[in-house]
Design a protein around this ligand. Structure first.
Ligand code: M6R
Length: 606
């Protein structure tokens, strides 16, 4: 999960490469580098660490050229240092790569036996050696690339330059995303849409197995050796501003504050309040076709799936199984033709989720993807796709994608409930009405964000936190704990409140604050008891409660009120103070909020 960019045109390429890499830095930030063709020779500047290091290194040894490639790395093979930073050059061939070459060891040994000398510990370097080897046998570049691809196994997004070829950039894709940008006098490549938005909105999504050749603005694509293919450009509606911070200190904060818009856009024209129906452009649920639903995802998207189980089971009365994708693929799941597998993924690229997709298809299940990134692998491979219209999410910690995912799940639950005849009349009207009010309520909630900042400051020295919730708000507790862990590096655990007395209550003392997600509802009395149990052991409680809940006000040490809504919609509101709590805690600690250590936005390796 690295980021790749490339430029081929008639302007100096470095500004495009560096700004493209900046918008891809969320994909990995262990090292970065560029390769630029000057006087028919490709020269490299690369360095360990973030892009600022690359900028500094480049300022000391600047390169001018109109053809170049760049890379930002999340290390898989070989530690993050200058040598292992991409690009890698061998002989005439320079390459950047996203993915994993699984059989690189055996290929490397074979090449070493032919006196090839390797400088890095990466799997990527093998690509430059293989292409160079084929060039030495007299192959033309395109043929050399196809022969190389014929020898490797694994996943790749590759961009490649060759000394002496002053007008051409080659690239190839298999399992890692690669998008081509079509300009008037130029063409570009990138791993993700935001990197191209500043230059063009006309984009071509390469398919797995494709090789492309870019000569200035001329783009040619092959789906096999000597098999040319046309891939139509799509006009992308995202605008460059959406991928910028817009005056916020961090992308994460901007993305939290975008939620009124992202939830409204996701509900969009799918919810017909007048007729109380929900329609999707690419999916109609037929209850006669399916006995069960599976929800499978990773991380935050998995927590959205847990909420999806509550939603679908309570409205449509269809049994739902939820799995982490990394577990699903190895448990030989009992899934078949009469099952609907719903995969949830912001990036649409997560390796485990993709593997779940392949497995379910093999077993004959129908796959519905809920995806944010347009044209991503899960979107393309699913039988049906529903996009969350969250817009580009750059912060590594997922926020607006989560509430958009839950919004889609509510829509699916309504759609299914109507189809099965289990959601109708007053119950349907209440849910639809509440859904319509939601974006304004999120806005109102966000206008009180300063209160959360004050609470976060009060507890910022706590060494650990416990998050508790019940029912549909239990996954919110899990999500709140994940947010805090990943950006503030403070240990946090999410727990079902009813399970406290089966173990975790032993942890309670004055030092361990408990965040209780406790809006009104069928389990609120139980939550009150659970909070009393914490209080009577001198624990400190921060409660997320419903507006006007005086009971909770008297009980908790600190309180944040969320607007009242339909119980099934509560997670979309209750999660927001937890996102803010994590954000403000991390900001106080001064961590790298948008790019927390050891993480990358999309996890395209197992
Ligand atoms: O792109 P996906 O939704 O498939 O990603 C899944 C997880 O990797 C992701 O949600 C991760 O847990 C985030 N860092 C959470 O903030």
């Amino acid at each position: 999960m690295c980021g790749i960019v490339g430029y081929n045109g008639n302007s100096n390429c470095f500004p495009f490469l560096i700004s493209g890499l900046k918008s891809l830095e969320y994909r990995g930030y262990d090292s970065a580098g560029v390769a630029i063709l000057t006087d028919s020779v490709v020269n490299l500047v690369k360095t360990q660490g973030k892009l600022d290091n690359l900028r500094e290194a480049f300022a000391k040894a600047p390169l001018q050229g109109v053809l170049g490639i760049g890379h930002t790395r999340w290390a898989t093979h070989g530690e993050p240092n200058d040598i292992n930073a991409h690009p890698h050059k061998y002989g005439r061939v320079t390459v950047v790569h996203n993915g994993i070459i699984e059989n690189y060891r055996e290929l490397k040994e074979a090449l070493m036996a032919k006196n090839h000398h390797f400088t890095s510990g990466t799997d990527t370097e093998i690509l430059a050696h293989l292409v160079e080897e084929e060039l030495n046998y007299g192959s033309e570049p395109l043929a050399a690339i196809w022969k190389t691809i014929g020898q490797i196994r694994g996943t790749w997004g590759i961009a490649l330059l060759i000394d002496g070829y002053s007008h051409t950039l080659w690239c190839a894709k298999n399992g890692s995303p690669l998008i081509l940008g079509q300009g008037t006098d130029e063409s570009m490549i990138a791993s993700d849409i935001p990197a191209l938005l500043g230059a063009t909105r006309e984009m071509i999504f390469l398919e797995d197995g494709d090789v492309a050749q870019l000569d200035g603005p001329d783009i040619r694509i092959w789906e096999g050796p000597n098999v040319p293919v046309e891939r139509a450009p799509q006009t992308i509606q995202w605008n460059p501003i959406m991928a910028e911070k817009g005056g916020y200190k961090h992308f994460m904060l901007k993305e939290i504050f975008e939620q009124p818009r992202s939830v409204a856009d996701t509900i969009g024209e799918r919810l017909h309040a007048d007729t109380r129906t929900v329609t999707f452009s690419d999916f109609i649920f037929d209850p006669k076709r399916f006995d069960r639903v599976f929800l499978v995802a990773c991380g935050t998207s998995y927590y959205a799936s847990l909420i999806g189980k509550y939603l679908i089971e309570s409205t449509a009365r269809i049994p739902v199984e939820v799995d982490m994708a990394s577990e699903f693929r190895y448990r030989n799941p009992l899934i078949g033709e009469r099952d609907l597998l719903i995969l949830i993924s912001q990036s649409g690229e997560t390796a485990d989720t993709l593997a779940a997709l392949a497995l379910a298809k093999e077993k004959g299940a129908t796959v519905l993807g809920i995806v944010n990134v347009l044209g991503s692998a899960i979107a393309r491979k699913s039988d049906h796709t529903i996009y969350t219209h969250a817009g580009p999410e750059i912060g590594v910690a997922s926020t607006k994608a989560f509430t958009a995912q839950v919004s889609v799940l509510v829509l699916i639950a309504i759609h299914m409930g109507i189809a099965t005849g289990t959601l109708m009349g007053e119950a349907l009207a209440e849910l639809v009405g509440a859904m319509v009010r939601l974006p304004k309520q999120i806005n109102k909630l966000l206008s009180q964000s300063a209160q959360i900042n004050v609470i976060a400051r009060r507890y910022s020295h706590a060494p650990a936190f416990l998050f508790i919730g019940r029912g549909i708000n239990y996954p919110v507790a899990l999500e709140g704990a994940l947010k805090l862990k990943e950006i503030s590096y403070v240990h946090a655990e999410g727990y079902p409140a009813g399970e406290m007395k089966h173990g975790p209550i032993a942890l309670i003392d004055e030092e361990l604050p408990v965040l209780a997600v406790a809006p009104e509802g069928s389990t609120s009395e139980k939550m009150v008891s659970n909070i009393e149990e914490v209080k009577s052991r001198r624990g400190k409680v921060i409660a997320i409660a419903s507006q006007g809940d005086t009971n909770m006000g008297n009980l908790a040490d600190d309180l944040f009120m969320v607007p009242r809504t339909h119980p099934l919609l509560q997670p979309i509101l209750t999660v927001i103070p937890l996102q803010l709590f994590a954000y403000y805690t991390a900001d106080i600690k001064g961590t790298d909020i948008d790019q927390p250590r050891n993480l990358a936005k999309s996890v395209t390796v197992e």
